[in-house]
Design a protein. Structure first.
Length: 469
């Protein structure tokens, strides 16, 4: 193999190894599925599986001729480990709601109403999850203060396995609530309010930085998965919205400079490359591919490949609110409770599936529209993620949003973005190449979908109280 760029993508559903050639085509693809520990509020991962998969993928990459490799990770998920890299806790994922107990206390119920603490005191905030872990593991806080243990994001844990250094990249660390995205200074108020030890202070590096070497493979890129997808979709220009429809649905768009948005959006550092930082804003819903997984589990879907055929065949539809694992747009619904409305005699499996895809597309569009209204407009949507394999979903999305949707080839902008960062580190491409190296395999425009949706009823249903006991 003449040129090989290795990528390890640590996702919520699976851990993947991909190898790209010099033209950024995938020439090898392997994955290990994560085992999620589930209860009413718990969504935790076993870090030993992550560690073993990572070590296996490093060896496999080396056997395939990879000498340099980059890593992306899912975000806002934390764990603790000892000085030898052995996990001390489960990974408390971004979907885990047990830390909500912290925010239910009177002090935090008041503080989370005050900007900008409202962006930090959230159940999906790594800082809040760290607080919860430090309290539930009685000896952990003392060990962290002594330097006998570390607590941090999945990205900082992977970086430790590579380098034996306590280090994290800018895109991941600025989402913890412990580091200001603009100044990169520690937010001492967060440490004080949550009682987090000052020792929780990893070194912060650029996304195209040398992290370390493992078994002869240099790790030269580390980045959060959604930010990697921005790079992989070449979504650098104002008006471009990167929409990843995977386990959850994430919309990111660039802004001229750092801004603190309202309306349920969060500020993000999209990239930090050789000290050059790009800023943006993001909105997300927790429910995306989880909806399709549910359809498969109850056998309303036999295989994901039949989604488009069923949608096209449907004669009727239902109203569906995809909030089965929580929802932020169009209406904040932090508890998991979906809605089906409009079931009638004679409805078929195809009608139900169509309703689910419509609901997902309309919920995704509500994020895109909110992001666009705050950032100054939407000119194009660049789509990736497993749900984007459905052309029906993309057509509905384009029609609802009123702009063209371009799908990234292979539906994996994250892996492509990491491969581009590795190539940039090697000097094979320039920063300007990141902007122009788009790879689109499908473009749909408003009106391409002939399906008529009852948008008024759907928007009204988003405000119905879906809480169940």
């Amino acid at each position: 193999m003449s040129r090989a760029y290795g990528v390890i993508d640590v996702g919520t559903t699976s851990i993947k190894l991909k190898v790209y050639d010099g033209n950024f085509n995938v020439v090898y693809d392997e994955r290990v599925y994560a085992r999620t520990q589930l209860s009413s509020d718990m969504r935790a991962h076993n870090p030993t599986i992550l560690k073993e998969a990572f070590e296996h993928f490093i060896r496999k990459a080396r056997s395939l001729g990879v000498r340099r490799l980059g890593i992306s990770t899912y975000r806002a998920s934390v764990l603790a480990w000892d000085k030898n890299g052995n996990p001390l806790t489960d990974i408390i994922t971004w979907l885990d709601r047990r830390p909500a107990e912290v925010l239910s206390r009177p002090l935090y119920r008041i503080l989370k109403l005050i900007p900008p603490l409202d962006k930090i005191l959230r159940v999906d905030s790594p800082a809040v999850k760290m607080k919860w872990l430090l309290e539930t593991r009685g000896d952990l806080k003392a060990r962290v203060e002594r330097g006998d243990a570390y607590i941090g994001t999945v990205s900082s844990y992977i970086a430790f396995l590579v380098s034996r250094r306590y280090v994290n990249d800018v895109t991941n660390e600025t989402l913890t609530g412990l580091l200001h995205p603009k100044t990169l200074k520690r937010l001492t108020v967060t440490y004080e309010i949550l009682g987090i030890p000052k020792a929780v202070d990893p070194e912060v590096v650029d996304n195209n930085a040398y992290i370390g070497s493992v078994d002869g493979v240099d790790v030269v890129a580390l980045i959060a998965d959604q930010q990697a997808a921005v790079i992989g979709s070449s979504c650098f220009n104002l008006g471009c919205v990167k929409l990843t429809s995977g386990t959850g649905v994430f919309a990111d768009t660039p802004t001229r400079d750092f801004m603190m948005p309202g309306r349920g959006l969060i500020p993000v550092v999209l990239y930090s490359i050789d000290g050059r930082r790009g800023y943006g804003i993001e909105g997300f819903n927790q429910s995306g591919g989880t909806v399709l997984e549910w359809l498969l589990s109850v056998e309303l879907l036999r295989d994901l490949s039949e989604v488009d055929e069923l949608v096209e065949r449907a004669k009727a539809s239902i109203v569906f609110q995809p909030s089965i694992t929580g929802m932020s747009f169009p209406t904040l619904r932090s508890y998991g409770s979906g809605l089906l409305y409009g079931m009638r005699p004679g409805m078929t499996r195809a009608d139900v599936v169509r309703g689910f895809i419509e609901g997902l597309a309309l919920a995704s569009c509500s994020i895109v529209k909110t992001v666009g209204e705050v950032a100054g407009g939407v000119k194009v949507i660049r789509a990736d993620g497993g749900v984007s394999r459905s052309s029906s979903y993309l057509k509905l999305l384009s029609t609802a949003c009123g702009v063209a949707v371009e799908r990234v080839r292979g539906c994996d902008a994250t892996g492509r973005g990491v491969a581009l960062l590795v190539a940039l580190y090697e000097g094979g491409i320039s920063f300007d190449d990141l902007v122009r190296l788009t790879d689109i395999d499908l473009t749909v425009k408003p009106g391409d979908s002939v399906i008529k949706t009852d948008l008024r009823l759907w928007e009204e249903s988003s405000r119905w109280d879906l809480r169940v006991s």
